[in-house]
Design a protein around this ligand. Structure first.
Ligand SMILES: C[C@@H](O)[C@H](NC(=O)OP(=O)(O)OC[C@H]1O[C@@H](n2cnc3c(N)ncnc32)[C@H](O)[C@@H]1O)C(=O)O
Ligand SMILES: Nc1ncnc2c1ncn2[C@@H]1O[C@H](COP(=O)(O)OP(=O)(O)OP(=O)(O)O)[C@@H](O)[C@H]1O
Ligand SMILES: [Fe+2]
Length: 578
């Protein structure tokens, strides 16, 4: 940002009544916050709104005072640019625009912030900028890290998701299938009788804990907390020491988040990761992410804690970028949106398009690929591939051992089973679960990601339907877990035209499992769908092809359930006690 822009930011989506002033010339961010602390239980929407009502005018006044003081320059000096924008001849506004969080968040809180922002914009005669709170959690990290095009993990109270920029939007590559990560932890601490917020208390208790087995659920880049939270509450009721539960909750929950973040880096080819959100204040989460990135040669950045928890600084910083791009709002269009998703925001302040880094040398000559889970040695000449799930040092050794062994066994079993169901997969020549090593046939010429066509995607739809028909799911169908091309045995002739057709081969079944739940089948399609959205410039025709292919072989009720899965508002911020 070149010019000197000063923005007042206002935040109040849930618990933090906060105002900030960002000065682009000095890159200074002044933040004044007032936290709502529930007397008992979790956040009560009405009480939170009352808090906003009282506290927002106060924090805004403090921030404006700061703006006026710094605007006038050091004591004794004449004010700068005083009447530049003043139409009425009065002293000019101390800021260039008012940025406020439009959502997601609690409706009653958002409305108070919206009203305050509109009133200020009118009184000071400066434009209004409507900021998406989750995109602000991401952008503050990109700003402070000075990264180009990172993957972002937002780990906050009401949300948990992975975002990556593609063609004018932040795409959601993966997200929680139930509650936000902080809310999940806070529900456990309510069960135990600890006061809100629970995250810091779990972190403190975990220091004296030992590992106990708890559920671990990732589906591609999506994940779920409901199973682990019920198991944790049950373990507490069964008198498992609470420090052991806290320790293991952190190991598993943050292990899941770190694993999906690594999958997102692998899928997009990005080597930059930023962390956002209040749960990002947790040392163990940061340590795991840093270690994962170090192990794969990526850069990791977590902003300082005042920028991680809810704060108006991040609203002001993104507000400045939007303001500079001319992305302002008319008062009549400035309504708030409690379900405002990050992928609804047109990204007006970025022009650059990241290249998807190739997974290997374009000519296929590189012989080793690092996936999210494994190191894969390729020998296209001999037609052999060795896949080794390395130790992940960020994970607790017990969990790591279990996951690597189970997934290697499953991958071997389901790869073969799928082929028997008529789905092309590599032929397996050796399995060593203890070493977490597989030997497979080399298939395809490229990853589907690098040769995306509607025809191949339609094939993927048919393949998934066949697996589901046989009673199991792939678990991680992405555009990198599908190989396409005519290499070796993969060439096949079209019966009608006698032309050599590309074959579409599924690989990497390590997250697959047997199930007869329609929901699991729908999720499997959803996971592939999200990877299309994350890797294609124009995903819609491909998404349609996926459904067409599925429909040819599979059951309509699965596609109906898919529409349910997609329509579900996962951004439920109401954390009122059950
Ligand atoms: C929509 C918006 O209102 C919402 N904001 C929000 O959830 O506040 P945030 O400040 O980003 O995160 C609060 C959460 O962060 C957790 N938290 C705070 N410190 C923590 C720590 N040291 N370890 C784990 N969790 C922590 C709290 O328990 C709480 O659940 C969101 O971003 O989802
Ligand atoms: N049998 C194979 N034939 C040809 N290429 C393969 C084969 N298996 C793996 N690869 C290549 O190696 C890459 C990583 O393999 P794989 O997906 O199995 O590892 P992973 O670590 O589980 O990856 P991720 O979890 O990121 O999907 C694939 O995207 C593909 O390019
Ligand atoms: Fe937040």
């Amino acid at each position: 940002m070149n010019s000197d822009i000063r923005i007042l930011g206002i935040e109040g989506t849930a618990w933090a009544a906060s105002a900030a002033v960002y000065d682009s010339a000095t890159d200074d961010v002044f933040i004044e916050s007032d936290a709502y602390q529930p007397d008992s239980g979790g956040i009560h929407p009405r009480e939170a709104a009352e808090h906003m009502h009282d506290a927002i005018p106060r924090v805004v006044e403090t921030a404006l005072e700061h703006a006026r003081e710094t605007h006038d320059g050091p004591a004794g000096e004449a004010p700068v640019d005083v009447d530049e924008r003043s139409s009425s001849g009065q002293q000019a506004a101390p800021v260039d625009a008012i940025a406020f969080s439009r959502g997601p968040g609690l409706g009653p809180c958002l409305r108070i912030v919206g009203t305050a922002a509109r009133a200020l914009s009118q009184a000071l005669e400066v434009p209004l900028v409507g900021v998406n709170h989750m995109v602000a959690h991401l952008e503050i990290g990109r700003h402070t890290a000075d990264f180009d095009s990172p993957v972002c993990l937002n780990a906050s109270g009401a949300n948990a998701h992975l975002l990556a920029y593609r063609n004018g939007r932040y795409r959601v590559l993966g997200e929680t299938m139930d509650t936000g990560v902080g809310n999940a932890i806070d529900k456990f601490t309510r069960h135990v009788g600890w006061s809100h917020p629970g995250g810091p208390k779990v972190e403190a208790a975990a220091e004296d804990g030992e590992y106990v087995d708890l559920p671990y659920v990732v589906k591609g880049m999506d994940f779920s907390f409901s199973g682990i939270m019920s198991a944790a509450k049950q373990a507490y009721d069964d008198e498992t020491p609470v420090e052991d539960i806290c320790f293991s909750l952190q190991e598993n929950i943050f292990g899941m988040l770190t694993e999906v973040a690594e999958r997102a880096l692998s899928l997009t080819g990005s080597d930059e990761l930023v962390l956002g959100g209040g749960v990002g204040q947790n040392e163990r989460l940061r340590e795991m992410l840093a270690e994962m990135c170090a192990q794969r040669g990526a850069e990791f950045h977590a902003p300082e804690p005042r920028f991680l928890r809810d704060n108006a600084g991040m609203i002001a910083v993104l507000g400045a970028k939007m303001y500079e791009a001319g992305d302002t709002l008319e008062i009549e269009d400035s309504q708030v949106d409690p379900n405002y998703r990050p992928d609804q925001v047109p990204v007006t302040w970025r022009r650059d398009e990241p290249e998807l880094a190739a997974g290997r040398g374009a000519d296929g000559s590189e012989t080793q690929v690092r996936g999210a889970e494994a190191l894969v040695d390729l020998e296209p000449e001999t037609g052999r591939v060795t896949k080794h799930r390395e130790v992940k040092s960020y994970r607790h050794p017990e969990l790591d051992e279990r996951l690597r062994r189970e997934r290697t066994t499953l991958e071997a079993r389901l790869t073969s089973l799928a082929r028997r169901e008529g789905v092309p997969t590599p032929v397996l020549s050796d399995v060593d679960p203890r070493e977490a090593r597989l030997e497979l046939e080399y298939v395809g010429e490229t990853d589907l990601r690098d040769g995306l066509t509607a025809e191949c995607v339609r094939d993927v739809g048919r393949h998934l339907a066949r697996l589901h028909w046989a009673g199991f799911v792939h678990g991680d169908p992405t555009t990198r877990n599908v190989r396409v091309g005519r290499a070796g045995r993969d060439a096949s002739r079209d019966e009608r035209t006698d032309e050599v057709r590309e074959r579409t081969v599924l690989i990497d079944f390590g997250l697959g499992y047997h199930t007869d739940h329609v929901e699991d089948y729908a999720m499997d399609i959803h996971v592939f769908d999200q990877s299309l959205v994350g890797t294609a410039d124009d995903p819609d025709p491909l998404r349609e092809a996926l459904r067409e292919g599925y429909r040819e072989v599979g059951e309509e009720r699965v596609l109906e359930r898919l529409r349910d899965v997609e329509g579900r508002g996962r951004y439920v911020t109401d954390d009122a006690p059950e």
